[in-house]
Write a new protein. Structure first.
Length: 144
């Protein structure tokens, strides 16, 4: 399965160690999913890592920007910037995630309200938008 992961979710993975992101982190480590990204997504992550509130959190956990970027470089599969999707996000910074998801029909993991507003429209193009990535559990399937 191919995924496009919004910057805030990447921060949840490695800076905030959000428990809701643990399944995604495990799937990335086990290579159960392929994370698609672009050079501009990498640049955005590098830039936000020095925002004061994120810098404070990194310092609290004794984590450098280089640590986070090394994980990005290890797990992200870099693609060319995608052409503009038919649906436009009100937040221009998030458009690149939508565009890449549409071009590769990849699941988009984002908590951004402007992206989430496009969930139904993007589904028409084969793109599933989720706030949290989860594996499909077979334990919830009733047995006969």
């Amino acid at each position: 399965m191919q995924l496009v992961i919004d910057t805030n979710v990447v921060l949840d993975l490695w800076v905030y160690q959000d428990p809701h992101a643990q399944e995604l982190w495990q799937a990335l480590q086990a290579q159960q999913v392929t994370w698609l990204a672009t050079a501009s997504m990498r640049e955005e992550l590098l830039r936000v890592l020095d925002y004061p509130h994120i810098l404070k959190r990194r310092e609290f956990s004794n984590q450098t920007a280089q640590d986070v970027m090394a994980l990005f470089d290890q797990y992200a599969h870099i693609k060319e910037d995608a052409q503009r999707a038919p649906y436009i996000c009100k937040d221009a910074d998030d458009q690149k995630f939508i565009d890449l998801s549409v071009v590769h029909t990849a699941q988009l993991i984002s908590k951004d309200k402007q992206v989430l507003r496009l969930t139904n429209r993007l589904s028409r193009l084969g793109v599933s938008v989720k706030k949290v990535w989860q594996t499909v559990s077979t334990s919830s399937v009733p047995s006969h």
